[in-house]
Design a protein around this ligand. Structure first.
Ligand SMILES: Cc1cc2nc3c(=O)[nH]c(=O)nc-3n(C[C@H](O)[C@H](O)[C@H](O)COP(=O)(O)OP(=O)(O)OC[C@H]3O[C@@H](n4cnc5c(N)ncnc54)[C@H](O)[C@@H]3O)c2cc1C
Length: 361
């Protein structure tokens, strides 16, 4: 393969940064990858969903990534059922809903699978700032998973700040069967969810919006008590997450990818798939001198559409969640939203936009 001598630095060996490194290497360009941790993947093991109706492309996302980019992803298992609990009801949907992925420092995790295929040297224990290295490289790709670098350059606007408590719990679970809970009493306008890793271990998480730090524990306790959950908590991690819009996604020789480019949606927090695509598209833009912002514009538009849903849900009371539950519970709507491969959550944005307009006027 012909070598390409472009000096590229990637800040962050997460899902997006490693996907970028993978694609650069495929084109004969070896980037320098900086990672602040001592390994690829977080020490805490958690499981995440690739929910098909949040993924931009139609069809099987794993097949799409393999066919289009030759990147092999092996999920933990299929995501085959969702049990949605509303304050006064429950809706179950079974079908081919997507995949479950492992996120951790384990060799089977999503990030470690990509790292193996990228086969790139990573400089660990190196927390790097854009301004310190941007003059030493032809391009800097920002893949740190947070908003600060784009914010510093004045190209970030925050849409939501949420708090997540992610725990690893022991209990009895059915792999592939996930649960979500919606109830303002313990999740405010966000939600709680459970994603099994195996029949004995699962991720149990609570996402909160507009809640003061000194109330996190009481919200969590209320969740556990009201839902009568008696799992054994093995590990626990609290983080704050900024969702936002980055425009433009390339500024001079600096490219933003993954969550650093605001590509995690602020409706349900799904972003790993966009992280892969943005990493690959940034690499291709660098190699072929393409317009990265133009390529990523449909993804940014999807995020903006999902933000309309978030704005609508932010006004919800429990009765509204119950109403949504009864609408989704209708077999025709269930079929349309979850079992119709052509339906994506962003398609509900125009309805949310009208709802938001009426709420404001
Ligand atoms: C609690 C939670 C649950 C989630 N669940 C899902 C889900 O179910 N499905 C889904 O699709 N998405 C989910 N996401 C979102 C998903 O994790 C992100 O979209 C995805 O990880 C973004 O990839 P990234 O490469 O941008 O960032 P990350 O994967 O976070 O990687 C960033 C990397 O950069 C490193 N780094 C940071 N700063 C520096 C620095 N200055 N120098 C060097 N290295 C640095 C970090 O250590 C890390 O390794 C979830 C996110 C959270 C927080």
């Amino acid at each position: 393969m012909e070598m390409i001598y472009i000096k590229v630095a990637i800040i962050g060996a997460g899902v997006s940064g490693l996907s970028c490194a993978f694609e650069l290497r495929k084109h004969g360009c070896t980037p320098v990858v900086f990672e602040k941790q001592s390994q690829v993947g977080e020490p805490m093991n958690y499981t995440g969903m690739w929910a098909s109706n949040f993924i931009r492309h139609f069809g099987d996302p794993i097949y799409y990534i393999k066919k289009k980019y030759n990147l092999d992803i092996k999920p933990l298992c299929r995501y085959k059922e969702i049990i949605m609990k509303f304050p006064n009801g429950q809706v179950n949907v079974k079908g081919n809903l997507g995949y479950i992925m492992e996120r951790s420092s384990d060799i089977f995790s999503l990030e470690n699978q990509i790292a193996r295929q990228a086969d790139v040297n990573i400089i660990f224990n190196s927390a790097v700032k854009v301004e310190d290295i941007k003059n030493d490289f032809d391009y800097v790709v920002v893949a740190g998973g947070y908003h600060n670098p784009a914010d510093k350059l004045g190209i970030w606007s925050t849409t939501t700040i949420s708090h997540s408590r992610v725990t690893r719990v022991r209990g009895d679970f059915i792999p592939g069967v996930c649960k979500t809970w919606f109830n303002t009493e313990y999740a405010n306008h966000s939600f709680c969810y459970l994603v099994p890793k195996s029949s004995k271990v699962a991720t149990l998480a609570q996402i909160l919006d507009s809640v003061q730090q000194n109330q996190y524990d009481s919200y969590w306790d209320r969740f556990i008590t009201m839902e009568k959950l008696n799992y054994e908590v093995i590990e626990k991690k609290d983080t704050n997450h900024y969702s936002g819009i980055v425009s433009p996604m390339q500024k001079e020789n600096i490219f933003f990818i993954g969550n650093a480019a605001g590509l995690t949606d602020n409706f349900m927090g799904v972003g790993a798939y966009n992280a892969i695509i943005s990493g690959i598209c940034a690499a291709r833009s660098i190699i072929n001198n393409l317009n990265y912002d133009k390529i990523m514009s449909p993804y940014r538009k999807d995020i903006i559409k999902l933000h309309e849903l978030r704005k609508a849900v932010n006004t919800f009371k429990n009765e509204n969640f119950d109403m949504i539950g009864s609408v989704i519970g209708n077999s025709f709507v269930k079929q349309l939203i979850y079992l119709n491969p052509l339906f994506k959550m962003k398609h509900a944005a125009p309805v949310a936009k009208i709802y938001n307009w009426f709420k404001c006027h």
